[in-house]
Design a protein around this ligand. Structure first.
Ligand code: PMP
Length: 385
């Protein structure tokens, strides 16, 4: 490897198979290889999202923010009442997207690192009567994970559509889209899906697709479900098609990345993320470190770790110099209080990278005056459980 390990909460290290699939000279979007990869990826997305053929996957070019705007512009209109289960930076972003559609917005907020209590969500919904409920599955700014089924059950009481931002969650956290009854689940390629940045991915329920038919304030063409639906149908039927040029190398990589997930099976992939998260947390505890929020709602995919007394954000570059690139805080009010370590995707299969990361954190903490030790032993013994 020519640089330190990339242990931020996305982009992340990718597997050799994904790297190899990405590498060929740029193919045409109507070449047999791309048509097959696109069609197979749509089919595999249904396995990863845990849905049947009544749900419609979309593969678009762009980052997670594109997937968010695609979701919002197809299911939110000016007459909607949108309840945001707000856990931080990315909940604020999706709220602003709904605001720009002219919808009426209400937030249920909580302290940084926490998630709103389900009683609070339920009470807010009773008072506000939402038509759409939106939550960030894992908020990357705080490392907090919401309880998706309880949010859906509140939304159901009001017959509201649900949209979940899974950018920092999909393929690292359990999400049973059909069984739980979510309407849109969106993500990006560069996190637990295990690709470089560049693809915006989402799956829509029949209800969400019907909502698009009634949207009066049309989405921008490039984001419009109606423009892309025939293209998705064509690729799934393994036929050439064109509306706007897809990121062809990324589509080849997507097929390889999704295959790695479906070959293992989603329940095992999620269980692996849980095991690794538990082991990383065992190491943080051993090092005398605490999280920004409570351990109970901490995500599988990253840790948001408070700087211990006497240590500040300069430790982040020392950790990088020790061999693992980690990220600073992101929550606007609290960013000087914590740093973030990603543990998702291919990285979760490479225990020596986890060891390297814990080692880098441990020695940097000691270098900055926080005396600690035994992190790697705690990690290894938790991984062996
Ligand atoms: N939502 C969440 C939860 C995220 O973590 C991110 C990216 N960190 C985004 C949305 C935005 O994605 P992108 O940066 O790929 O546009």
């Amino acid at each position: 490897m020519t640089r330190p390990l990339l242990m931020i909460p996305g982009p992340i290290e990718i597997s050799p198979a994904v790297h190899a699939a990405y590498q060929p000279l740029p193919p045409s979007h109507v070449s047999p290889g791309v048509i097959e990869a696109f069609g197979a990826s749509l089919e595999r997305m249904r396995e990863v999202w845990r849905v049947d053929t009544s749900y419609q996957p979309f593969i678009a070019s762009g980052s997670g923010t594109v997937a968010m705007d695609m979701a919002i512009s197809n299911v939110v209109d000016s007459d909607d009442r949108v309840l945001i289960v707000n856990t931080g930076y990315f909940s604020d972003r999706i709220a602003e997207m709904a605001n720009r559609r002219g919808a009426t917005i209400e937030h249920v907020r909580c302290e940084a690192g926490y998630v709103p209590a389900s009683d609070a969500v339920s009470a807010a919904a009773k008072a506000f009567r939402p038509t759409v409920v939106i939550a960030t599955h894992v908020d990357t700014s705080t490392g907090a994970r919401v309880d998706v089924p309880s949010i859906i059950s509140v939304a159901r009481e009001h017959d509201a559509l649900t949209v979940f931002d899974g950018v920092c969650a999909t393929a690292g956290e359990a999400f049973e889209m059909k069984a739980w009854g979510a309407d849109v689940y969106l993500t990006a390629s560069q996190k637990a899906i295990g690709l470089p940045p560049g693809l915006a991915l989402l799956v829509a329920s029949e209800r969400a697709m019907k909502r698009r038919e009634r949207i009066e304030n049309l989405p921008p063409m490039i984001l419009d479900f109606a423009q892309w639906l025939p293209i998705m149908h064509a690729y799934e039927a393994r036929k050439p098609s064109y509306f706007a040029t897809p990121a062809t190398n990324m589509v080849l990589a997507l097929e390889a990345g999704l295959k790695e997930l479906t070959d293992v099976g989603m329940s095992e992939v999620v269980a692996r993320h849980q095991r690794v998260a538990d082991a990383m947390r065992a190491a943080w505890k051993q090092l005398g470190l605490t999280l920004l929020g409570p351990w109970e709602n901490a995500a599988n995919t990253l840790s948001a770790i408070r700087y211990p007394a006497g240590v500040d954000a300069t430790v982040v570059s020392t950790i990088g110099a020790n061999g693992a690139i980690v990220a600073g805080g992101l929550h606007p009010k609290h960013k000087a209080e914590y740093f973030r370590v990603g543990h998702m995707g291919y990285t979760t299969t490479q225990s020596e990278w986890l060891v390297q990361t814990v080692n880098a954190v441990e020695s940097a903490m000691n270098h900055h005056g926080h005396r600690c030790g035994g992190g790697v032993e705690a990690l290894i013994s938790a991984l062996a459980k």
